[in-house]
Write a protein that binds this ligand. Structure first.
Ligand code: BES
Ligand code: MN
Ligand code: ZN
Length: 497
């Protein structure tokens, strides 16, 4: 979809207009203006109950007297005092769905004029571009009958004298939306297609189109390095493991990079500690961390952010076979620390711990890992917030702010020393599971033992990376969050100034 900003007189606009109305007959500024131009037509509809403003509702008016537009979509925004930034995106999605069945190729989106004033208009533009693309996403590669593609190709935002930042926000929104779409596509691919090799090839395509540096470590490289934990997970699978190293060099040469690490288990059966059958298909989504770091790297490259970025994605499959790791096996990780693998289903931390140790060689400024790590995090925070763990308060604040701005929220959970207790092993330096209590925290504590050399944050996306049920599909989270984090870091380097 193409986005633009134009100075527009709404009553003179000939095509399709999307505007918002509140409950109790309250109008946004745009709806107000349209109401006036139509001689109070909208107000009459509201008074007789045909325009409720309930959130999720949409009323389409055709050839409204006094207005030049063919189509006016009035989307409900709920109660004015309850309006949140999220509401606008949802309303825009509702309107775009309604437009699917029409031939409209272009629409004016006059939805961003509503209060509250606490978020800035530039931010709203970025959010709207992301929401619009997200709403039109479909994954239908394997369906013989495809839904008809939406005719809508262009979304115009009315604004007089837009600041340069507004145009840039639209470009940023479009780039972030592309990163999200890539992450969703990779996530939705089934496990028989999206193998470690498939992920490596996806990284190769990215590297080619965006002039990124790519290196892929193979099993023999991992053996040479001594990545005993990662290799222990891969050894029960016919699919050879890959460690993807994708680099965007937008910063000064020699400037310490931001390293993003994404869990890339292309299917998590649990291994010998086999998972129960129910919903096991959803474990194809266990590579969504890897998908998110690739998607975020795409955003950084497309926008040419003045940062050095390294994306590390350990990719392998967790399967049971005669060569698979047994519960009780002890392995030596790249860091030299030994691990007693009590549960082969706690495999994410095993591939991450070797990758986090590997990250040291980039002398990173900051390392952030992203992983569908624990069912416990999904129980704790549901599908609303991603779990955030870090000992660095400033980093926690930055990520929380980025999450708010991106409408891709995080919530911090503790990493206190007391929780380390549960990882004690009678035979090795640690076990790989701390049992059921505080499972998301003890998993993060495990990772923390491999991140002592740099500033580090861990994002557990087990509850947020995909949706189940009738809406089943990858969400592309937390690409928007990470991209906003990078934008804020880039701004410090003068980007956008
Ligand atoms: N990939 C899973 C975590 C997961 C499960 C995410 C369900 C989303 C939904 C991870 O590898 C795993 O199996 N974790 C175990 C850890 C346990 C064995 C200590 C879990 O959460 O049960
Ligand atoms: Mn598992
Ligand atoms: Zn897993």
């Amino acid at each position: 979809m193409e986005f633009s900003i134009k100075s527009i007189r709404l009553e003179k606009e000939r095509g399709t207009i999307i505007a918002g109305v509140f409950e109790e007959g309250k109008f946004t500024a745009s709806a107000h203006l349209l109401d006036k131009a139509s001689g109070g037509h909208l107000g009459r509809l509201a008074r007789r109950g045909d325009l409720t403003g309930k959130s999720g509702s949409v009323t389409t008016l055709f050839d409204t007297p006094g207005l030049a537009c063919e189509r006016l979509l009035l989307v409900g925004l709920g109660k004015e005092k309850d309006l949140r930034p999220e509401t606008r995106g949802a309303a825009l999605a509702t309107a775009l769905r309604a437009l699917r069945t029409t031939r409209a190729r272009e629409a004016v989106c006059a939805l961003l004029d509503s209060p509250p004033e606490r978020d800035d208009p530039v931010q709203r533009l970025r959010q709207a571009a992301i929401a619009a693309q997200d709403a039109t996403y479909a994954f239908e590669e394997y369906k013989r009958e495809k839904t008809r593609p939406a005719a809508l190709k262009k979304l115009v935002f009315p604004m007089d004298d837009p600041p340069a930042a507004a145009k840039r926000a639209l470009a940023e929104g479009a780039a972030i939306a592309e990163g999200i779409a890539l992450a969703r596509d990779l996530g939705n691919q089934p496990g028989n297609v999206c193998t470690p090799d498939y992920l490596a090839r996806a990284a190769e395509r990215l590297a080619k189109t965006h002039a990124l540096r790519l290196e892929v470590l193979e099993r023999k490289d991992m053996e040479k390095l001594g990545m005993g934990a990662l290799l222990a997970v891969a050894q029960g699978s016919r699919q050879p493991p890959k460690l993807i190293v994708l680099r965007h060099k937008g910063g000064r040469s020699g400037a310490p990079p931001i390293v993003l690490v994404g869990k890339g288990i292309t299917f998590d059966s649990g291994g010998i500690s086999l998972k129960p059958a129910a919903e096991m298909d959803e474990m194809k989504y266990d590579m969504c961390g890897a998908a998110a770091v690739l998607g975020t790297t795409l955003v950084a490259a497309r926008l040419g952010l003045p940062l050095n970025l390294v994306a590390l994605a350990p990719a392998c499959e967790n399967m049971p076979d005669g060569g698979a790791t047994r519960p009780g096996d002890i392995v030596t990780s790249l860091s030299g620390q030994t691990i007693e693998i009590l549960n082969t289903d706690a495999e994410g931390r095993l591939i991450l711990c070797d990758t986090l140790a590997y990250a040291e060689r980039f002398a990173p400024e900051t390392v952030i890992d992203v992983a569908t790590l624990t069912g416990a995090c999904k129980i704790a925070l549901g599908h609303v917030a991603t779990g955030l763990f870090t000992d660095v308060d400033t980093l926690a604040r930055e990520l929380a702010a980025a999450g708010e701005a991106a409408l891709d929220k995080v919530w911090r959970l503790p990493l206190w020393e007391e929780y380390q207790e549960s990882l004690k092993s009678p035979f090795a330096d640690m076990t790989n599971t701390g049992g059921r209590p505080a499972g998301a925290v003890t998993a993060a504590c495990f990772l923390s033992r491999f991140t002592r050399k740099y500033a580090w944050a861990h994002l557990d996306i087990a509850g947020t990376a995909w949706k189940s049920g009738s809406q089943k599909g990858a969400t592309g989270r937390p690409v928007a969050l990470l991209a906003h984090f990078l934008l804020a870091r880039a701004a410090r380097e003068g980007y956008g100034a």
